[in-house]
Design a protein. Structure first.
Ligand code: ANZ
Ligand code: ZN
Length: 814
């Protein structure tokens, strides 16, 4: 009889053995088919939380399963080590961000190792290592050379607390708060670097070949926001062309006024002397408001605006239309000017109503006529009216006709607009990758020569957030000579957005120490793209869009050949506190994984996390639930290792065989689709079946041995330590993690069938064949449908139906 299982002894023992034997070592050259699994790398905040466990350990289960399926699996891990928290800790506690980060990494690596993942730590990457960020700089320079990185002076979103610029994606909510610190975001004019993600906008809308969740692709689609329409040029009465973007060129005849964004460059020129004072006042006010305040489609919110004292000519109707400015028109979208069609656009309708401007119907529905009054804007497509030569066309056909006409008359052209903006990458902070650019008064912007990379971060800096990069305040760092002319020059003192680091890291894992290239081509050609990516869905529009952009840029540089970086993506849900609220220190509902591991062992924590519910949904933590998993693993342990008290009752080896084959199929299928909870539920049931079988003479038989081995193998991905211990107990010397996933026989999946006699009023009248596991309702239905029984009960009243399990069916009729 085996001793009780003690995770505190057994788990570290196996992890040491795995490490010693190198069973998880990356073998890029093996002949087996490759499977590259990546889970989003953690930020070294200092402590692993239960959310990390929830994201990573099930990913490890799938990776291990694929390995047992015969794949050469690579499942690496790293640290997303640059970023603001390190710098903020430095400011607050007077610590060196480097020390803070690297000591957190040391600690967290230990925590990660306690999970028992199949990670080869020799392949780890740390984005703050110069050997890593040097390639960020190299890519930056390649992007610059290819026109994918450019500098622009512009008003950018600025977090006054973090003292840095934010990418549009980092400004959250209607109130426009900083994603990190929740401060209200303001604007600032700065000279900034951008990556030209917009040049891939159309390609980024194409998700073909990707097995990604629909919610992620649709968020990306909305984020990119492609609108098809036309640019149409109106002319002011003085002859200045004013171009608008419209998705509804079919409504051109209904454009009864124009609206320019207050910042529009023509405002100053077109404004009349009489209107100048009120226009200036309005412009000053609008610039202070945030974009979202301005964009709000809230019906309650009154529309504001000012007539600028000028008119334009509608190029289709030749009508004279007044030109207004209003803050609901944004300078950052389209052309910053619109043709207002109040009959069919809600915002224009509200504006026209407020200011008494003409509202004209140019679209009708079936039950309407050209004279039907408009009570509100009617944005729906229909049939065109009151529009000269295009009257009678459907809105869709009219769009095409108007675009063709505009193009022929040189009054406009077909146009596509995107909501997507270029990726702002400059950050005025220290703890990031220095931007490898030099400004020479003679030669202009010159990249740092590639053989001088990495351009290292200086050690001694003052971190005080001043709004300027600490690199700029360093006494010497920024002063250099021009690589071109040798004259005095200055470095760019900003660092890169940390999303740069995570945009290509999956390629670096393959060859983390390559000193000649971002990754070793021969290995990358074989291993990329990533087959399975896992992580949180909060990364839908930043990381997951940036990494697709980066990949396409790498493809166009000839570095990779596939079109997408990660073929299959699965997002885990969120683990909530036991009170179903988000875990937070202030609520006191935070679950500490270290304590759980100390109390129950990693295998139990892994098992419970996967048992909580569908992985993609997440759910609340439950302290009672974990006890259930303790009992399950304990029973699994005992069923294999304990000798039963008695095992002399008659058992059925073929039933056990069927149960075994069925669970093999179920667990494999479930893990394959990341349905861990049902896989574990199935295993729990199987352990119960084994518990029963072991009290019978099946115990000790060949089939018994097969069933216990199958149980151990099926447990291996989920509870890798216990499975290893059981495997050894079963007499094997090679690791369970090097074994092949057990196979099943289709024929044995079909339920065993039994024969039941069917009585009518106590007399046997027939026999039926039903599945051994059939429930009562199925058995009765089969009995009533039987060709001998059916005619006997026809027209009679059934008084009672009795099923004696495994024995008989009795139907009492009158
Ligand atoms: C005339 C029109 C008639 C419009 C109609 C809509 C409905 P999406 O779909 O988001 O691309 N627009 C264009 N530029 C704008 C700007 N800078 N600020 C605010 N609004 C702007 O929206 C495109 C529509 O939004 C455009 O089509 C334009 O109004 C407005 F029945 O033109 B439309
Ligand atoms: Zn120069």
């Amino acid at each position: 009889m085996a001793t009780r299982y003690d995770s505190s002894v057994t788990e570290p023992k196996w992890r040491e053995r795995w490490e010693r034997d190198g069973i998880y070592r990356f073998e890029p050259d093996s002949d087996k088919p490759k499977h590259y699994a990546v889970t989003m790398l953690p930020y070294p905040s200092g402590n692993l939380h239960i959310g990390h466990w929830y994201a990573m350990s099930p990913s490890d289960v799938h990776a291990r399963y694929m390995r047992m399926q015969g794949y050469n699996v690579f499942f690496p891990m790293g640290f997303d080590a640059f970023g603001l928290p390190a710098e903020n800790a430095a400011i607050k506690n007077n610590l060196d961000p480097r020390k803070w980060t690297y000591s957190n990494i040391e600690y967290m690596r230990g925590q990660l190792q306690s999970m028992g993942m199949m990670v080869d730590w020799q392949q780890q990457i740390i984005s703050a290592d110069p050997e890593y960020y040097r390639w960020n700089q190299w890519f930056f320079i390649q992007f610059f050379k290819r026109g994918l990185a450019y500098k622009k002076f512009s008003a950018v979103d600025w977090c006054p607390k973090c003292n840095t610029t934010l990418a549009r994606e980092q400004v959250v909510g209607d109130e426009r708060r900083c994603e990190r610190c929740d401060s209200l975001v303001t604007k600032r004019d700065l000279d900034q670097w951008y990556f030209k993600i917009t040049s891939y906008a159309d390609e980024l809308l194409d998700f073909s070949g990707l097995d990604w969740p629909e919610r992620i692709t649709s968020m990306q689609r909305n984020w990119i926001g492609r609108s098809e329409g036309a640019e149409i040029t109106f002319k002011s009465e003085a002859g200045d062309p004013i171009t608008v973007f419209s998705t509804r060129p079919d409504t051109l005849w209904g454009a009864s006024f124009m609206v320019l964004a207050p910042e529009h460059p023509l405002v100053a020129k077109l404004t009349s002397a009489e209107q100048k004072a009120s226009v200036d006042a309005y412009v000053a006010e609008a610039i202070r408001k945030t974009e979202v305040e301005r964009q709000s489609t809230d019906d309650e919110k009154p529309k504001t605006g000012v007539w600028i004292g000028a008119y334009a000519i509608n190029p289709a109707s030749q009508e004279r239309v007044p030109i207004w400015i209003a803050d609901y028109v944004l300078m950052t979208y389209g052309t910053g000017a619109i043709m207002a069609v109040p009959g069919h656009d809600e915002r224009d309708f509200a504006f026209a109503t407020t200011f008494g401007l003409p509202i004209k119907r140019v679209v009708v529905q079936a039950e309407q006529t050209a004279a039907t009054p408009l009570e509100a804007a009617e944005p729906a497509y229909g049939t065109v009216v009151n529009s000269g030569q295009i009257d009678g066309l459907s809105s869709t056909d009219a769009k095409e006709a108007v675009i063709k006409w505009l193009e022929a008359e040189q009054l406009g052209k077909r146009a596509i607009n995107y909501r997507l903006r270029d990726w702002l990458v400059s950050r005025q902070r220290y703890w990031g990758t220095p931007i490898p650019m030099i400004y020479c008064p003679t030669c202009g912007t010159v990249p740092v020569p590639e053989d001088q990379l990495p351009l290292l971060l200086p050690d001694e800096v003052d971190f005080k957030p001043t709004g300027e990069s600490p690199l700029k305040l360093h006494p010497t760092w920024r002063f250099t000579t021009c690589p071109n002319c040798g004259g005095e020059a200055e470095r760019d003192t900003d660092t890169m957005d940390t999303f740069v680091d995570s945009s290509w890291y999956q390629t670096r894992y393959l060859s983390p120490h390559d000193a000649n290239a971002p990754f070793t081509k021969a290995i990358a050609d074989k291993w990329l793209p990533v087959d399975q990516y896992t992580g949180g869905r909060e990364h839908a529009v930043m990381h997951l869009l940036y990494t697709r952009f980066w990949w396409k840029a790498m493809r166009d540089m000839g570095l990779v050949s596939a079109n997408e970086p990660m073929t299959r993506l699965i997002n885990q849900g969120v683990i909530l506190g036991e009170d179903s609220n988000k875990m937070s220190k202030s609520r006191g509902n935070v679950i500490d994984p270290d304590m759980l591991v100390a109390q129950y062992g990693a295998d139990t924590v892994r098992t419970f996390l996967m048992f909580i519910g569908p992985w993609e949904q997440g759910g609340p933590w439950n302290n009672r639930g974990i006890e259930g998993c303790v009992r399950f693993l304990d029973r699994a342990w005992r069923v294999v290792t304990d000798t039963p008290q008695r095992h002399d009752a008659a058992g059925n080896a073929s039933t056990l065989e069927r149960q075994t084959h069925r669970i093999i199929k179920k667990v494999g299928d479930d893990i394959q689709r990341f349905a861990f909870n049902t896989a574990i539920a199935g295993l729990m049931e199987f352990v119960n079946e084994l518990m029963k079988a072991r009290e019978t003479d099946v115990y000790g038989s060949e089939q018994w041995r097969k069933a216990s081995e199958a149980l151990t193998l099926l447990l291996a991905p989920i509870a890798p330590h216990i499975a290893e211990e059981l495997w050894e107990f079963l007499g094997h010397s090679e690791s369970v993690h090097l074994q092949v996933w057990p196979s099943y026989d289709e024929a044995l999946l079909i339920d065993e069938s039994i024969e039941l006699p069917v009585q009518i009023n106590g007399k046997v009248r027939g026999k039926i064949q039903v599945a051994a596991s059939a429930d009562e309702a199925t058995i009765i239905a089969a009995a009533l449908a039987d060709e001998k029984i059916a005619p006997l009960v026809e027209g009679k009243t059934i008084v009672k139906q009795i099923v004696v399990p495994n024995r008989l069916v009795n139907i009492v009729i009158k």
